[in-house]
Design a protein around this ligand. Sequence first.
Ligand code: F6R
Length: 248
Amino acid sequence: IAVEIYPTAKEGSKAVAAEIAALIREKQAANQRCILGLATGSTPKYLYAELVRLHKEEGLSFKNVITFNLDEYYPLEPDALQSYHRFMKEQLFNHIDIPEGQYFIPDGTLPKDKMKAYCEQYDQHIESVGGIDLQVLGIGNNGHIGFNEPGSSINSHTRLVTLDNSTRLANGYDFSNMSQVPRLAISMGIGTILKAKKIVLLAWGSHKAKIVARSVEGSSSEHVPASLLQQHPNTKFVIEESAALELT
Ligand code: F6R
């Protein structure tokens, strides 16, 4: 796994935004669509702010872009304060020219007996548009990517998953109390993620340093989901200096 280290999260985010913008423009020039896989959480906020700036100030258009988000809590209404639908609209989609109907986020409102078919369709949908060109990831303190918690299979597809308690605690700040944090989520699988042509994982802050080192330098194992990215031919970690402190 290649690692790029930047002094600050802002600088790292700007570099990744520039890379995404170049890819979108390259696809535009070739009259092709650009398929992006997107993450939520605190990590990609600067990235999305920079993409919005590129749209507003530098004419970057998202008309040829199709996006698929990694995950959503289950069950959760799209307009709930904590929903990733809401997050994506507020951080990105409301501020750019991506057409309605070209961004997709797992639906946290379907009844459980519809989930299996729905999740299969989500993966098929990604395939049907040609697969993800560039997948953006964050990383959980336990090494999760998307909501693929430790133990998730390298072949896993989009599915309903059970959140680790550590994840529920880490994300609890969004909810009024712990009992409000959903126990389930819909997540793209590790297998889904590994099909992306290019993967860029972002990590900021010293609290991510240990898990970054384990993912990059430790053995590739389902105990540390992000370490499975070692088996992907085109993955890089873009990290802040503070998140690089445990690398040898
Ligand atoms: C969210 C996601 C998660 C987060 C991870 C880190 O869509 O895929 O894997 O990237 O939980 O969260 P933050 O960025 O809040 O530290």
